[in-house]
Design a protein. Structure first.
Length: 35
């Protein structure tokens, strides 16, 4: 992650899950705009 703080593994796992969801959303929006 960008912030180097002592955080529980639960928060880091949620952060990775959220980033993956965000990437999927961005890809869907880009393909929807270009296609």
């Amino acid at each position: 992650a960008f912030i180097d703080l002592p955080t529980p593994s639960n928060i880091s796992s949620w952060w990775n899950f959220g980033s993956l969801l965000g990437l999927c959303l961005i890809m869907q929006i880009l393909t929807g705009l270009f296609l």
